[in-house]
Design a protein around this ligand. Structure first.
Ligand code: BMP
Length: 386
């Protein structure tokens, strides 16, 4: 199957023109621009290490794969947290974020897991994946959730908060209930009066003006909340406010706001129970949802119908140590993981992107090892074009 399909010998730049999913089209162009078909599986254990690794290895990769649930110290703040910081690095270095969540459940549950909860995966991960053992309806459920998410974010609400001590005549005509906060104003500007009983912190004049029926209700501060609205496809969406993270990778626009799914069609692990029938069902499900399913996590190309142009990402990839035969055998990890070289996966099996974790992370110098993997995987792709 792999050796005969036209996509095997078609350049990524050409496949970018015919792929159905906007994010797949973008990714093929990005691969062509960066001369990279490498995905880093950033399986480190702290948020700090994750961000540092993403920053260092970012120039060599087109996809960064995460397992957010193995990261300690993951900050869930949607504006300034770990997801938003990763998004800023993705923008700076030009890569997509793939959360390797392997969703599998009834449709309603996966919708909630994907879009809500603490992690809100859909907000920061361009791509995620699913095991469809639960049935193909789950893919439809996720596709619907992603479409709704995209509809609901025509605008980002930016909120700024300022706190100040009021001047007393601001409130001369106000009837302040010391037991409750008050909200005034319209949807774009609200003033909240925080009222507490703390007379000892006030100037005498302010304290006098608040004496009502022997109660000492005192206004000690005003909080001003200002909200502004910004189109969601603005390049500034989800930016953190740290210095220096406004950089945008040159040569290509930012990715479209569409979200994409990869179906886990085959696994790299020894004794994997996914049958050929299961893999075929994945291909059927992908064809049924061309606007949401980008392709597969698989060990070989699954494009078989003439119009198929799915993208394939492949884990279980390692190179022999530098200096050894680069096409030699690589032993597994002793826990079921099996490894193949980029030459075999891309050149012979026809996959598009190799996913590498420990091969890079555990190297003495991860950025230069990532470059070694990038060069080998790209060379295998060029050789395949023949
Ligand atoms: P490593 O290169 O260190 O073996 O890591 C492989 C990564 O790919 C891990 O994050 C693992 O969860 C993931 N993975 C895999 O190894 N095989 C599969 O079939 C599917 C995966 O997602």
């Amino acid at each position: 199957m792999a050796s005969r399909h036209p996509t095997i010998t078609q350049p990524f730049a050409e496949r970018a023109k015919t792929a159905t999913h906007p994010l797949t089209r973008y990714l093929f162009r990005l691969m062509d621009l960066k001369a990279s078909n490498l995905c880093l599986s950033a399986d480190v254990t702290t948020a700090r290490d994750l961000l540092s690794l993403a920053d260092k290895v970012g120039p060599s990769i087109v996809v960064l794969k995460t397992h957010y649930d193995l990261i300690s110290g993951w900050d869930y703040n949607p504006q300034t947290g770990t997801g938003a910081k990763l998004a800023a690095l993705a923008r700076k270095h030009g890569f997509l974020i793939f959360e390797d969540r392997k969703f599998v459940d009834i449709g309603k549950t996966v919708q909630m897991q994907y879009t809500a909860g603490t992690a809100r995966i859909i907000d920061w991960a361009h791509i995620t994946n699913a095991n469809i053992d639960a049935g193909k309806d789950m893919v439809r459920a996720m596709a619907e959730a992603a479409a709704k998410w995209k509809e609901r974010i025509p605008y980002e609400v930016k909120t700024s908060v300022t706190v100040g001590t009021p001047v007393s005549d601001q409130f001369d005509d106000e009837d302040v209930d010391p037991a409750a906060d008050r909200v005034q104003g319209d949807s774009t500007q609200q003033q909240r009066l925080d009222v507490t009983s703390a007379p000892q912190r006030l100037e005498p004049r302010e304290q006098d003006s608040r004496d009502v029926d022997g109660r000492k209700g005192s206004i000690v501060s005003i909080t001003t909340v200002t909200q502004s609205f910004e189109p969601a496809d603005s390049p500034r969406l989800s930016k953190t406010h740290d210095q220096g993270d406004d950089t945008v990778f040159p040569g290509i626009e930012e990715p479209p706001m569409d979200r994409g799914l990869l179906l886990l069609a085959q696994m790299s692990s020894k004794g994997c129970l996914m049958t050929p029938d299961y893999t075929r069902a994945c291909v059927e499900a992908a064809r049924e949802h061309p606007n949401f399913v980008m392709g597969f996590v698989a060990q070989e190309s699954l494009n078989s119908a003439p119009e198929d142009n799915f993208i394939h990402m492949t884990p279980g990839c390692k190179l022999p140590p530098p200096g050894e035969d680069e096409n030699g055998e690589v032993p597994g990890d002793g826990l079921g993981q099996q490894y193949n070289t980029p030459a075999k996966l891309v050149g012979l099996c026809g996959t598009d992107i190799v996913i590498v974790g420990r091969g890079i992370i555990q190297a003495g110098d991860p950025p230069s090892e990532a470059e070694r993997y990038r060069r080998r995987a790209w060379k295998a792709y060029l050789a395949r074009l023949g």
